[in-house]
Design a protein around this ligand. Structure first.
Ligand SMILES: [Zn+2]
Length: 265
């Protein structure tokens, strides 16, 4: 385990920040990606193929050309539909409770292939749907970490509002923070905690501005956050999840890079 004092982010920064934007919303390619690019920051846009993607692949190709990551957010956005628990996914006939490992792998493989046709990349991260981390039900409920590890450089895990510690991270189950409905000052406080820990903080956002999604951050608050990240880029490294994960793996933290697809599944 490396001591905190010896850990160095790429240009001597004190922490890493990954902004992840889910669900292939128009505001992402119309406003967010260009804004980040002007500020010399990169992010991860988690693409679900069933909405907002197939209608406008040219826009997403442009987002990728700006250096942003297109993350895999499944093809059909399946979520768990369980009585008495958090409201399930958007589409009733795609229920993660019904998914076997092979079905999950098949869907992610096709989603990866689709994204590869857009961005040419063979490595990417996984952004879990509804922040859920398991498939199957009852005695057959299975944690996704092993499958994510086979197919992706890294993936979001539980929405636990925990900063990722490079010395003890789990690449397929990265803890993350919700960014929707937060003020810039609150997000900055969370990032400063990551600075203190020399850690990696991952945020999940949906819409930016009212009317862009039922979960969203106010557009002005988002702009303040981006200004803060730009102004503090000498000590805060803002980068896509895939780039931060690659950097950590190259630096010897955790498992070796998983370069293969799930051909052995
Ligand atoms: Zn989603």
């Amino acid at each position: 385990m490396k001591a905190k004092q010896t850990f160095v982010w790429p240009e001597g920064q004190q922490c890493a920040v990954s902004l992840t934007y889910d669900d292939a919303l128009p505001v992402h390619h119309e406003l967010v990606a260009p804004l980040l690019t002007v500020k010399k920051l990169t992010a991860t846009f988690n693409i679900s193929a069933h909405s907002g993607f197939t209608e406008n692949t040219g826009a997403w190709k442009h987002v990728a050309s700006l250096g942003h990551e297109l993350g895999n957010h499944t093809l059909f956005h399946p979520c768990r539909r369980e009585p008495g628990k958090r409201k399930g996914g958007w589409i009733p006939h795609y229920d993660l409770c019904d998914y076997s490992a092979q079905r999950w792998i098949d869907e992610m493989r096709v989603a990866n292939c689709l994204l590869n046709q857009i961005d040419g990349q063979s490595e990417r991260t996984f952004g879990n749907t509804c922040c859920q981390t398991t498939i199957g039900r009852g005695h057959h409920e299975k944690d996704l970490s092993e499958l994510i590890d086979r197919m992706f450089v890294a993936g979001r895990g539980p929405l636990n509002e925990e900063i990722v510690r490079p010395a003890s991270l789990s690449y397929p189950a990265l803890g993350h923070f919700n960014g929707d409905r937060k003020a810039a000052v609150e997000l900055q406080q969370e990032i400063e905690r990551a600075v203190d820990m020399n850690g990696w903080i991952v945020f999940m956002f949906h819409g930016v501005g009212e009317g862009t999604h039922k979960g969203f951050i106010d557009a002005d608050e988002h702009a303040k956050l981006i200004d803060y990240l730009e102004a503090n880029s000498d000590r805060i490294w803002t980068a896509s999840m895939v780039n931060v994960a690659r950097h950590l793996k190259r630096s010897g933290y955790g498992a070796a890079p998983n370069m293969t697809d799930a051909d052995d599944a």
